[in-house]
Design a protein around this ligand. Structure first.
Ligand SMILES: Cc1cc2nc3c(=O)[nH]c(=O)nc-3n(C[C@H](O)[C@H](O)[C@H](O)COP(=O)(O)O)c2cc1C
Length: 151
């Protein structure tokens, strides 16, 4: 089975950032992704999303089409799409990391690496830096207390 990794960034609609809307979206995503074998991570910085999705090519492509059409965010920008048999984000069917909520020393490191954009950690628009931020996010998530790790 061919597998791929896709990375994009987008802008969240304000309604998705209110109340528990984003947590609900992530919970539903976890349920769906565990059925299709998709894994990944969603980073939120200010109102910017950066998401990586990995899994079987057919399922990832189907999901990408749904995500592009989803009105809960806008300005979808594909940053990379590559065939890869080796998943880097296999610990989570999906999880969210809100960069506004991480400890200040960790956030300072990210600001030093990626800079600020409107007071939030800048979400890069090039593939290499975006992957770098996602790998940093992976390590931050891996250290979170109480995180349910996929087995
Ligand atoms: C930022 C963002 C990330 C999303 N990530 C996922 C995801 O990882 N998995 C998923 O099934 N749906 C995800 N969705 C939701 C899909 O766009 C879509 O609503 C969902 O797959 C249900 O589609 P359907 O009811 O048409 O089958 C995401 C939506 C947004 C706005």
């Amino acid at each position: 089975m061919k597998r791929c990794r896709l990375v994009y960034r987008s802008i969240a609609e304000p309604s998705l950032l209110a109340g528990s809307a984003l947590d609900n979206l992530v919970n539903r995503s976890q349920e769906r992704n565990s059925v299709t074998g998709i894994t990944g991570l969603l980073v939120l910085s200010g109102n910017r999303f950066l998401q990586v999705l990995e899994g079987p090519v057919g399922f990832v492509n189907e999901l990408m089409a749904k995500i592009i059409a989803d009105k809960r965010h806008s300005r979808f920008e594909l940053l990379s799409y590559e065939q890869s048999a080796f998943p880097l984000f296999h610990d989570w069917s999906m999880t969210v990391l809100r960069l506004e909520e991480i400890p200040t020393p960790t956030r300072d490191v990210l600001v030093a690496k990626y800079d600020l954009d409107n007071g939030s950690v800048r979400v890069p628009d090039d593939s290499l830096s975006a992957h770098s931020l996602l790998l940093d996010a992976r390590w931050i998530c891996a250290g979170r207390v109480g995180e349910s790790v996929r087995t």
